[in-house]
Design a protein around this ligand. Sequence first.
Ligand code: MG
Length: 382
Amino acid sequence: MKKIVILGSTGSVGTQALDIIRSSNRFDVFGLTCNTSVDKLIEQALEFQPKFVVVFDESMKKSLKIALSHVDIKVLSGMEGMLEVVSHPDVDIVLTSVVGNIGLVPTVEAIKAKKTIALANKETLVTAGEIIMPLAAKYGVKILPVDSEHSAIFQCLSGENPTAVDKLILTASGGAFRDFTKSEIIDKKAIEALKHPNWTMGRKITIDSATLMNKGLEFIEAHWLFKVPADHIEVLVHPQSIIHSMVQFKDHSIIAQLGVPDMRVPIIYALDYPERYSNDVKSLNFNEIASLTFEKPDYDRFPCLKIAMDALELGGVMPTVMNAANEILVEAYLKDRIKFYDISEHIGNAMKTFKNINEPTLEDILETDLWTRRYIRSLIKM
Ligand code: MG
């Protein structure tokens, strides 16, 4: 049995992971963590009986402790608690499914403790790919992607020579506003963006999907994960989300990975790697698919995608500035405090204002992240 820690177990990926762990007998849930959703964490803890639970918000530790006082589960809190659990000697694999840059430091610690990383937190590689990938290599740690696109590419590359890769083709559903004009999108509210056509995901990522920032983050993530230069990565809108991504090789042969859009497939692939087992996910029925279509992404309607590509090219801490600004702006958009295109505009402002730092350290990245959050909060008065 693999001993697993799930960072962010109450979120969308975390609950879907537990859903599939429940029906297998291959995992021993060792630790579960949440940000503030203690009620859900208590429920999960009572069912899965982990050795540790951690609530990031320190003020909630007491109520969590009281609720679990009758069972043998150690209750911790804060970043310190997360770091203690991910680096515990008994742990085999850490699923990093927290949302946002908060996943960075625990991932670094887990790598240093030589844990296999099932990476669902894309912000980790977006902000610190330059540090994380060499660190993982140094400690001989596997980073297994959970994001469906990266899982697809990872599977397409299996057994292939990396030097034979011509380009990665990242597919995108196009998000909730794919078929609207710019003047229609201007006034769209978060509640409409949350109606994602294909995937069941958390609120932040569903907004990122509507702005195409999600694909921008994935573009940067793919660059670091697969060591492929930006001009050899292409984004392709594929509204049906059946092809999860593709790799074109130098001989112009293309390998694609397909399936129904269900996050449980890439999650369990990462957790069971290199094995595959049967599960109760629906299988793809080709007779039910009318057609698979493709279109070019539109940078004019969805400027966030281009901003992310630019941030990667600028390098240094620019992806961190972009990511931190986006996190605050998405939060504001979810609260109806700003409009759709304010997101891209303010990210652009932050990137113009901040002086880049080349070859940043982890401290530079964390400081830049804080600076950007403060800057954006003052800009939008939030
Ligand atoms: Mg994805």
